[in-house]
Design a protein. Structure first.
Lengths: 249, 156, 66
């Protein structure tokens, strides 16, 4: 039962979280500004300045939110599993917090990819949803995020939650290449990759640049919210440590 | 061995074994994950009975015939084999000759009777003017070639 | 047709394009606001607890002496 006091000692032994608090305090306003500017410019290009598609007309504009959301869903999962592994192996307290703070952001990106994909699929494919390999594996990714969040907070002692959820995150990592290559390995309704592929992008520059701008905006948003959430997690840790010190004298 | 190294080995071996298991599992389920079958699959498969299946490929150029009411007849091709399809209903916006399509239904006397038709598009995106100038310059890869390239060569 | 209406119509795909962008804005803004609020409330809670610790320290010392 005295594990919590070990937690307190560990918090003070590692200076990292405090160092993070210091430099993230200076970084957050910059990330906020960069995210705001990228979204303003990116949305103008996505909705106004970019051309319609020769096949899909104006509906192609959904791509500018759908594709960055899907990329970030995969990026966040990889980052979360990587941070969780570092936390698991090297007991790095900041790594655990980064993994925990990334999960809800990744889940939000996955939800966005699923919903905007449905809104794009209805007019183009003729259906909101099909159970093909791509769509199904992305739905599995969403459930992995939810499972991670639930497991992480299922224990009274945060260290145990971090360990259990880290193992789930690592097991779920096999889903990431399955999502990426599902469209190459099997017949799917979803088309293969347009940008990240061996032959080079199959998307015209006038549409590729707005897409990359929006992807940059999404990435910057992730680091902004991540910094805020990790600060929040450190605060929660400090509150917990203070309460325990009061309780145990 | 230090505990840190033990944990590292545990995670590395765990992830390795898991990837191996996943790879074996995926190659075992193989074709069954496919969302649709190609006309060649259908031709090789003999009697399908009354099973409801999906067939996918490209809408063959010049094959679309509008019948009475909402009836449409067309051929789905994978450039090796093709199958005639009949469908009554509303077609998706992307349905056109030379574009990808997935039809769901039953094969009856060599004709695929579809109850649902979904459009499939390739990975190419460009403005209409660019498509037009490519066609004029003669550097346009025919949509069939582009569409066929976007499909896996075999089941997986 | 005036240009604003044409823009909103999105070539007939307005009812798919706008919900996609609106839902994205809603989710991203919601997550950001929730993250900022959680941080603010925890910062306030921590400041309050630290104050409380400062305030109780002398009394505890007196109690021990007594």
């Amino acid at each position: 039962m005295f594990a919590p006091s070990g937690q307190v000692a560990r918090m003070s032994r590692f200076a990292n979280p405090n160092r993070f608090l210091r430099w993230s305090d200076r970084l957050v306003p910059w990330l906020a500004t960069v995210t705001g500017v990228l979204f303003a410019v990116g949305l103008y290009w996505a909705l106004v300045a970019s051309p319609p598609d020769y096949q899909q007309g104006e509906s192609v504009r959904i791509m500018y939110v759908h594709v960055p959301a899907a990329w970030m869903a995969l990026f966040c999962y990889t980052a979360m599993a990587g941070a969780a592994a570092v936390g698991l192996i090297w007991k790095h307290p900041l790594a655990d917090l980064i993994a925990k703070a990334t999960a809800p952001i990744g889940a939000a990106f996955t939800l966005l990819a699923l919903v905007t994909g449905a809104l794009w699929g209805k007019p183009m494919w003729g259906t909101w949803w099909v159970w093909d390999a791509r769509l199904t594996s992305v739905l599995v990714l969403f459930f992995l995020y939810l499972g991670y969040i639930a497991l992480n907070s299922a224990f009274d002692e945060p260290g145990r939650g971090a360990r259990a959820s880290a193992i789930l995150a690592l097991v779920g990592l096999v889903n990431v290449p399955i999502i990426k290559f599902s469209v190459d390995w099997w017949y799917t309704l979803h088309q293969p990759a347009s940008v990240i592929r061996l032959e080079g992008p199959a998307i015209h520059a006038s549409m590729l640049w707005p897409l990359l701008l929006m992807a940059a905006a999404f990435t910057s948003y992730y680091f902004w919210v991540l910094a805020v959430r990790v600060r929040g997690e450190i605060m929660a840790h400090k509150i917990r440590a203070l309460r325990l010190r009061q309780a145990y004298g | 061995m230090k505990r840190k190294h033990k944990r590292l080995t545990f995670v590395a071996v765990g992830v390795g074994l898991l990837s191996l298991a996943a790879a074996l599992f995926l190659s075992a389920i193989g074709d069954s994950v496919a969302f649709f079958h190609s006309p060649s699959d259908l031709a090789n498969h003999g009697d399908l009975g009354d099973r409801r299946i999906r067939v996918g490929g490209l809408v063959e150029d010049g094959s679309v015939q509008r019948g009475q009411g909402a009836e449409v007849r067309f051929r789905v091709t994978d450039l090796a084999q093709s199958v005639p399809v009949v469908y009554v209903g509303i077609l998706p916006d992307l349905f056109r000759e030379g574009q990808g399509v997935v039809a769901q239904g039953r094969l009856r006397d060599g004709v695929f009777v579809a109850d649902e038709v979904l459009a499939r598009h390739d990975e190419t995106y460009m403005p209409p003017e660019v498509a037009e100038s490519l066609k004029q310059a003669g550097t346009w890869q025919h949509m069939e070639a582009a569409g066929a390239a976007s499909m896996p060569a075999d089941g997986y | 047709m005036d240009p604003v209406a044409t823009f909103l119509e999105m070539g007939g795909y307005g009812r798919f394009v706008w919900p996609a962008f609106a839902f994205t804005a809603l989710v991203l803004a919601g997550l950001l606001v929730q993250s900022l609020r959680t941080l603010k409330s925890r910062e306030a809670q921590l400041a309050f607890l630290r104050d409380a610790v400062e305030r109780t320290r002398p009394t505890r010392g007196e109690a021990r002496e007594a």
